[in-house]
Design a protein around this ligand. Structure first.
Ligand code: PLP
Length: 387
């Protein structure tokens, strides 16, 4: 039996000696004899051999990620998009049909609509907030259903249990992008999704210095992804893998601190809504969130992302955005730094104002990915920026 050539959660990586993992940069490793080369080359034995096939720092990160996600294993890549595209491509063939949620990361949509279709795969959309639309869409044979939650930037929450049940009944596999709320906030594999993808560039890296991604799930789902990675070469490199190992030690602490700051800021901004300086504050952990029941059922907290709508549409939002002094005007999330995004000018710029409105994204909406500066400093920055 071939051993999986990715990290599994049973692999033990407690350091004995140095308290940070040694960095293994070697691209190739000399072997004692022909038989060892045969076993390693055919994948019958797992071990250091050639870096594109696997290497210790990648396996160590995969093992930790798999354990956290509650998966058999994880397959790590050089970016979140490399992980997402590999997960999809490894599970479809020409003439298959894939359902992609309308409310999904723009890079995933672009890959599906511009690349996947070139290989004879049909891509159809559904709304992850409208189960009836998924039910109808699943009337035709479907290989994969791809969705995410919470949704960017409205922070609405999709019903993971219901989407999994509908997909299963139609014999479609599910791929869930869990980037916005990693465990312990959300554990989508426990809810039955087949594969979870993360942009590890976000929380898992956490310091704005690593680009990475991974897919976690059961061995049966991961084996074709690992084989695809070996053939196409998108494996996570040793240096970013090492940085991810460093980041792992503080992952829980970072998530907990940023989440409690986000909850405090959301609460604090109620006064700004009452005074009319803000139209709305959207935070999944808030009692008035439109998907409150789902949040309580499938999230272990409100997460670290919050959005708010300022009066004055795009002009108002730009003015507030430009005045931030602590919060950085930068894409991304899940970092030690708090980051602001103006969706009408960035992630959702390709949409017309009407399309944005239909998607619930008002032009005055700003999204904050809360970091570790502390709620008082961040609240003060937002209040000062409101002018
Ligand atoms: N999924 C989500 C939800 C994201 O926000 C991102 C990046 O912003 C990605 C996937 C892609 O990840 P990466 O930038 O690491 O390729």
């Amino acid at each position: 039996m071939n051993e999986p050539l990715y990290g599994t959660q049973n692999a033990h990586c407690t350091p004995l000696g140095p308290l940070s993992a040694p960095l293994h940069r070697a691209t190739t490793v000399a072997q004692p004899d022909a038989e060892t080369v045969r076993l390693l080359g055919t994948g019958q034995r797992k071990g250091e051999f050639y870096q594109r096939v696997g290497h210790p720092n990648c396996w160590q990160f995969e093992s930790l990620a798999a354990a956290r996600e509650g998966a058999d294993g994880a397959v790590a890549f050089g970016s979140g998009m490399a992980a997402m595209s590999a997960a999809i491509l490894a599970h479809v063939r020409a003439f298959d049909r894939v359902l992609i949620a309308q409310e999904i990361y723009g890079g995933t949509s672009a890959f599906a609509l511009q690349d996947l279709v070139r290989f004879g795969v049909t891509v159809d959309r559904f709304s992850s907030l409208d189960l009836a639309s998924l039910k109808t869409a699943l009337n035709k044979p479907t290989a994969l259903v791809v969705f995410e939650s919470p949704i960017n930037p409205t922070l609405r929450v999709a019903d993971i249990d219901a989407i999994v049940a509908l997909a299963r009944a139609a014999k479609a596999k599910t791929i869930f992008d869990g980037t916005f709320a990693p465990p312990p906030i959300q554990r989508a594999l426990d809810q039955g999704v087949d594969m979870v993808v993360h942009s590890a560039t976000k929380f898992y890296g956490g310091h704005s210095d690593v680009l990475a991604g991974f897919v976690a799930g059961a061995h049966a789902s991961l084996l074709p992804i690992e084989a695809f990675r070996r053939r196409t070469g998108g494996i996570l490199a040793p240096d970013p893998a090492w940085l991810l190992l460093r980041s792992f030690a503080t992952l829980d602490l970072r998530i907990a601190a940023a989440q409690s700051a986000a909850a405090e800021i959301a609460l604090g901004l109620r006064a700004e809504v009452a005074s009319g300086r803000l139209q709305t504050v959207i935070y999944p952990g808030a009692a008035d969130h439109p998907d409150r029941a789902l949040v309580l059922r499938q999230m272990g907290g409100g997460g670290t992302m919050l959005s708010f709508v300022v009066p004055g549409g795009l002009i108002g939002a730009k003015a507030v955005f430009n005045r931030f002094e602590v919060i950085a005007r930068a894409p991304s999330l899940g970092s030690v730094e708090s980051l602001a995004s103006l969706p009408a000018y960035s992630t959702h710029a390709p949409l017309t104002p009407q399309q944005r409105n239909e998607a619930g994204i008002e032009d005055g909406l700003l999204r904050i990915a809360v970091g570790l500066e502390g709620a008082p400093r961040l609240l003060a920055d937002i209040r000062h920026s409101l002018g």
